[in-house]
Design a protein around this ligand. Structure first.
Ligand SMILES: NC(=O)c1ccc[n+]([C@@H]2O[C@H](COP(=O)([O-])OP(=O)(O)OC[C@H]3O[C@@H](n4cnc5c(N)ncnc54)[C@H](O)[C@@H]3O)[C@@H](O)[C@H]2O)c1
Length: 371
């Protein structure tokens, strides 16, 4: 992969290129920009303006009042085109326009060698996601996709557990992401808008493998697309089969983002919204299970036994740290070290492709019918 030094030099940000080459130690900050400063983009702008590694130089938005308000708040330039941002010289840019504009906004940046953090999903369909991936590969620009749940404190806690020597070997996963209708992103399926967060985590847990089989059932209720959908994803791997049962709804009366993973060696529950999680390890419960199994074999009546007291439940140790800050720092680390970002284009494309397969399966299931 071409280093950030070579890439950013193509649009005139030479001084900050040096910073990238040297891991940014004691050098000028990376010149940063944001394209689309709506609900998500404004957070990217805030973080770039706060981090010592970056200097926010400009924000682009087709809504001039919005761009100007953000530019005034963060002391940078309000711009109306990507070309203006390129002319200023930038090293890193977040693309946070509506998904249908990801390709036209990101392509010129990547072709100019500018490193991009593109909000999730990478694109509205796999064909566009491939084009974005190719544009990055052509220049060697770093491309990361903003699948923010990877940076949720609870996912970070799970990753730490795994690094401590508890690799999860999932056998089945039960995933729920439901919320009331916000009337945002109604031009796309709940699969591409909400379920994609979980697809990213499921595929990551499956080592980046895409499902071998996809079954889905979805219902458009008030939009033209699935507002509620359930997918059953089957992964056939050499170490065994894993089934992920994933549900997303934007019609619920409550908000819930919960994943339950049952593995060979552990059961893990992740509650993204509550930022809490528990692990029940097989090893920590081995003796109790042997005792119970033996007692049952001998015909003992265990109906008075308290299951909760029998099982060792461990809380995942969660650290502080705002997910968007952690996400942007991971992107900058990849840029400064020239290494593969945590959520790369391949992962972003696999997520979009899986979402498309789910949508196609759900449509086929209802005979290709919309609302
Ligand atoms: N990571 C997450 O949790 C998360 C959450 C919500 C949205 N998103 C993603 O972030 C992206 C933006 O979503 P949002 O909710 O912030 O949208 P939004 O509508 O609130 O903001 C989009 C902004 O882009 C501007 N814009 C539109 N077209 C443009 C163009 N061609 N050039 C420049 N500016 C343009 C709009 O004026 C608006 O200010 C989408 O891809 C969405 O899927 C991610």
């Amino acid at each position: 992969m071409k280093s950030q030094a070579a890439t950013a030099g193509s649009n005139g940000a030479g001084a900050s290129v040096k910073a990238a080459e040297n891991g940014n130690r004691g050098r000028r900050p990376l010149r940063a920009g944001v394209v689309g400063v709506g609900r998500m983009g404004r957070h990217h702008a805030r973080v770039y303006s706060q981090l010592s590694e970056t200097q926010l130089v400009g924000v682009v938005d087709t809504n001039p009042e919005r761009a100007e308000a953000l530019a005034e708040q963060y002391n940078c330039k309000a711009l109306h085109s990507v070309q203006q941002l390129l002319d200023m010289g930038v090293d890193v840019v977040s693309v946070a326009v509506p998904t249908s504009y990801h390709l036209p906004m990101a392509e010129p940046l990547l072709k100019a060698g500018v490193n991009c953090l593109i909000e999730k999903p990478l694109a509205g369909d796999a064909a566009e996601a491939e084009k974005i991936k190719h544009a990055a590969e052509a220049t060697g620009a770093i491309l990361m996709v903003g699948h923010i749940e990877r940076f949720n404190p609870i996912m970070r806690a799970l990753k730490k557990e795994q690094e401590k020597g508890m690799p999860i070997v999932p056998r089945f996963m039960e995933v729920h992401r439901v919320s009331p209708m916000t009337f945002r992103s109604v031009d796309t399926s709940v699969v591409m808008d909400m379920m994609i967060h979980d697809l990213d985590v499921v595929l990551m847990l499956m080592g980046g493998h895409e499902p071998d089989e996809v079954y889905a059932s979805g219902v458009p209720v008030i939009t033209e697309h699935e507002d509620i959908c359930n997918a059953r994803l089957v992964f056939r791997k050499p170490e065994g089969v894993c089934v992920a049962n994933v549900t997303a709804s934007r019609l619920a009366l409550k908000t819930e983002r919960v994943t339950r993973i049952t593995g060979e060696n552990a059961y893990v529950k992740i509650d993204y919204a509550a930022k809490s999680g528990t692990i029940i390890r097989r090893l920590a419960n081995e003796q109790q299970m042997i005792d119970v199994r033996n007692a049952l074999r001998q015909g003992a009546d265990l109906s008075n036994m308290n299951w909760h007291e029998l099982v060792n439940i461990e809380e995942l140790q969660v650290d502080e740290g705002e997910p968007i800050v952690m996400e942007i720092k991971a992107f900058l680390d990849a840029v400064m070290s020239g290494t593969k970002p945590e959520v790369d284009a391949r992962a972003g494309l696999a997520n979009v492709r899986t979402a498309e397969r789910i949508i196609a399966a759900a449509r086929a299931e209802r005979g290709g019918k919309g609302v």
